[in-house]
Design a protein. Structure first.
Ligand code: 21W
Length: 249
């Protein structure tokens, strides 16, 4: 997968490329990553990348010519890549969209700044607009990193385990069970006995019950419309019986 980021702050991406999973993915040739400075495609002595909005109003708008030239250069370098604009107006980024993007050969990620980019760029140069959530940031750089992180970990061979990417919480649409590591006793709190029992069947059942419990309490929306298997139904029925016993007492 080829990631080409177009930004006026390419320096922001240096530490991002140089650490953790992304660094390993680059070293193992699973991804390529570059941050291209939009300003390099701007003309004039001060190479402006923004200008005042037609119609007046506060804030600045990203000029179309440098962006168009930068996107054309990125497309020439990675012709089969999909071009994405990070914008508050875009489709909400979630695990389904991450899985879709992971199927692409490459992504050209355009990071807006200021009030936004000239509408003619959105219309003519962008395949998909993506937002990472309903809160206000100052630009598309952090969203681009979020998208690259979520997509890269789905690329086969990037994460350690065979199916570690698919086993995780949102894939099964349940929250994760609680994790513990040594020491067995920490500031008076003990690791649950079942995890020390060596009984793999009991541990698996405890983890599933924990996942269901946490999802029910913290994110009941994830449980709605989700099909339940026999084991999960058995656990939920046990809760019902336990609750009835408490009510009756
Ligand atoms: C934020 C640009 C707000 C423009 C009415 C008039 C990319 C982002 C961004 C930004 C506005 C993403 C206003 C989640 C984000 C991004 C910069 C609108 C206020 N209202 N995902 N003017 N959140 N943000 N300006 O902010 O570029 S993806």
């Amino acid at each position: 997968m080829d990631f080409d980021v177009l930004t006026i702050f390419p320096e922001m991406f240096k530490p991002f490329w140089e650490h953790g999973m992304i660094r390993r993915a680059i070293e193992q040739d699973k991804i390529s990553a570059s941050a291209i400075n939009i300003r390099d495609f701007a003309k004039g002595r001060h190479s402006p990348t923004d200008d005042r909005p037609y119609g007046g109003g506060c804030g600045m708008v990203m000029k179309p010519e440098p962006l168009a030239a930068a996107i054309r250069a990125a497309k020439k370098k990675s012709p089969s890549s999909k071009t994405i604009l990070a914008t508050p107006q875009g489709r909400s980024f979630d695990q389904d969209l991450a899985r879709e993007l992971a199927l692409q050969e490459g992504l050209i990620l355009v990071c807006g700044r200021y009030e936004g980019v000239d509408e003619r760029i959105c219309n003519d140069f962008i395949d998909e607009e993506i937002s990472i959530g309903d809160y206000v940031l100052t630009g598309g750089e952090l969203p681009a990193m979020v998208i690259i992180d979520a997509v890269t970990r789905l690329i086969p061979g990037v994460l350690g385990g065979v199916d570690s990417a698919e086993k995780d919480s949102f894939s099964g649409s349940l929250l994760e069970y609680a994790h513990y590591t040594r020491p067995g006793s920490f500031e008076g709190e003990e690791v649950p006995d079942v995890l020390l029992s060596g009984n793999h069947k009991a541990i698996e059942n405890w983890r599933l019950e924990m996942s269901l419990k946490r999802t029910f309490l913290k994110r009941p929306d994830l449980l709605e419309n989700r099909p339940l298997n026999k084991q999960e139904i058995k656990i939920l029925e046990k809760w019902c019986l336990d609750l009835e016993r408490i009510i009756q007492a």
